[in-house]
Design a protein around this ligand. Structure first.
Ligand SMILES: [Zn+2]
Length: 342
């Protein structure tokens, strides 16, 4: 079931811009992935623009930004760059944008730490991180071939992030940012990433939701290698609940797909989807299963290497939630793999 109502705007062509609320521009940025686009937003701040999310750190994004600056920004400069979170499509071009317009980056402390992890000072730290990731993936039941592929893939993905700027300002939950004579409140959520920032403007009735709420697809919620015992699904479900405080008529501007109405309904659907997956995973644990064995049962289709990583991380997040609720047990086999049983 999907009950959101797409807002009445046609989707801009790749690299084009549409105004979706007074002083709020929607920029459609192409991505070279299965999910082939993202939505970025530009907020009119009187004598300049505030950018929310940036695209990948590649020349394609830079070309789009240069064209947008020439054609859509009325000759006004970019004054501030905000990123909702440190995933590559959101933060990739941030360093380049900040240097190009000589402006600071605004980001939560948790996301800044994640963003800095794309850059490793020494070869030793790279080798150590690769070893940690391989061990993490092995415990999930990935073959050494699969895990080597995944580790290589994450290293190559990290090259799509430009070095971060020196000037960084922290945004925090509840903070109000004054942009174009309007206040935008920062709402920090945990689960999809460490400290994801959404921006809500009461005067406009607009929520820039980043990856926190998408109209049709569900954001990935994964256990991360830097927090291998974490319970991100618990945080995620709490954060969905918290967002229900926002008015139902809010116009939601998400980072993927399309702007929509029907926020509370969508939050309830996302909650239900995860609870349904918890039940399915619990039921599949009739005998000891590794994470990747459960992925095969739950997803029932051939997954690309990248999707295996997302699916494995997400399955593990659900398993950790079930473990915390004592609905399943976990044991470590002599092969070093974790197995889960009802
Ligand atoms: Zn994301």
């Amino acid at each position: 079931m999907n009950s959101v109502v797409a807002a009445d705007y046609s989707i801009p062509a790749n690299g084009d811009v549409t105004e979706v609320a007074p002083g709020v521009l929607w920029l459609r940025m192409p991505l070279p992935f299965d999910l082939d686009h993202m939505n970025l937003y530009l907020l009119d701040d009187i004598d300049g623009w505030v950018v929310v999310d940036c695209g990948l750190g590649n020349t394609d994004s830079q070309d789009v930004w240069e064209r947008v600056a020439t054609e859509f920004l009325n000759g006004k400069p970019i004054k501030k760059v905000i990123v909702t979170h440190a995933h590559i499509d959101h933060i990739g071009a941030a360093g380049w944008l900040c240097r190009r317009w000589n402006v600071p980056l605004w980001i939560t402390a948790g996301e800044l730490q994640t963003g800095q992890e794309y850059f490793h000072a020494s070869e030793d730290s790279v080798a150590q991180l690769r070893a940690e990731k391989s061990r993490f993936l092995h415990r999930m039941g990935m073959s050494s071939e699969q895990s080597a592929g995944v580790v290589d893939l994450s290293s190559s993905i990290a090259t799509l992030v430009q070095p971060l700027p020196v000037d960084q300002y922290e945004i925090q939950d509840g903070m109000k940012l004054e942009i174009g004579n309007r206040q935008w409140r920062v709402i920090v959520s945990e689960g999809h990433s460490v400290a994801h920032a959404s921006l809500y403007c009461e005067a406009l009735g607009v929520l820039i939701s980043g990856d926190q709420v998408l109209p049709r697809i569900s954001s990935n919620v994964s256990v991360r290698v830097d927090n291998p015992e974490g319970n991100p699904l618990l945080s995620w479900l709490h954060s969905l609940e918290r967002m229900k405080e926002l008015p139902e008529q809010t116009l939601v501007l998400p980072a993927h797909e399309y702007p929509f109405h029907g926020l509370r309904q969508r939050l309830s659907e996302l909650d239900l989807e995860h609870r349904d997956m918890l039940t399915r995973i619990e039921q599949a644990c009739t005998e000891p299963q590794t994470v990747m064995q459960l992925v095969a049962v739950i997803y029932r289709r051939k997954l690309s290497l990248f999707d295996q990583l997302l699916a494995g991380g997400e399955c593990l997040a659900h398993l950790h939630y079930l473990l915390a609720e004592q609905r399943i047990r976990r044991e470590e086999g002599s092969d070093g793999c974790l197995r889960f049983t009802r």
